[in-house]
Design a protein around this ligand. Sequence first.
Ligand SMILES: [Zn+2]
Length: 313
Amino acid sequence: MKMPGYRLRNSAAVAAMLVASAAIALARPPQAPPVLMLPENQVTHVSPHVWAIVGFPNIGIVVGDRATLVVDTGLGPRNGAIALHEAQKLSKGPVLYLTTTHYHAEHAAGEGAFPPGTILVRPIAQQKELEDKGAAFVAMFSSRSPQMKELLEGVTFRAPDITFEKELTLDLGGVKARLFWMGQAHTKGDELIDVQPDSTLISGDIVQNKMVPNLPDDNASMKGWVEILAALRPMKFKYIVPDHGALGDGSLIEQDFQFFTKLQHRALEMKKQGKSADDAGAALTAEFRTKFPDWPNLSAIPNVVKHVYAENP
Ligand SMILES: [Zn+2]
């Protein structure tokens, strides 16, 4: 992975966090105690106007002359305060925007820490999903551990200041952030952020670094996810800030597209052969362990296979 612009600080701590965030994939019991607090004073410089806090999840900070955009909040207001503080240290202009890549608690539930003047922006599909399922997701996270419960105590969500259907470009002063929504994938409301002239994509869950797709419930669609990756392929990015796992370069899109389409294709082949979803899940987990030995969460494959079966009756 070539990342000439990156300054990685405290790489042992970063590595520990990456392991933890990989282990906490949604809708499965955590395999190791997750590091739930974002690190302080540890930002990675990704591209001229973009910084990232690498943690659970990765937070994107886009800094223009006039305004700053924070992407995702961390789990609850205590993490939101860390994201806000790091953004304030980098900010050059008076205006602060906040957006979230999807409604899940570690991405959206820290919003309460941001000052009242913060301009909160979301795709309409994500806002609707948050209103439908946000509180239930916070309750589900809270039931997982006393620390999660404490971090999410009293969380409520306020109404956004700006919503958009498909895309909205924020001119931050010397840098533009195009917020866009392409349909259902990890959730119904996944948002991505294209930062120019940096050639940086802040990708939410849509593009990650060697992570099997996480399809937590019926709001997720493997079919939709593959279509979005196909649409992203011709867009050339130098840098990608995924929301979980290691930062990477533009090749992550192709890497995900190849893995996702291969897995989808093999699952459909097994369905045509009359194999049950459970048998296909076990067989493909074994098959992909030999083809993709360095992907850490291959145990998520049976869940993907179930979704592919259900989506192709
Ligand atoms: Zn999520």
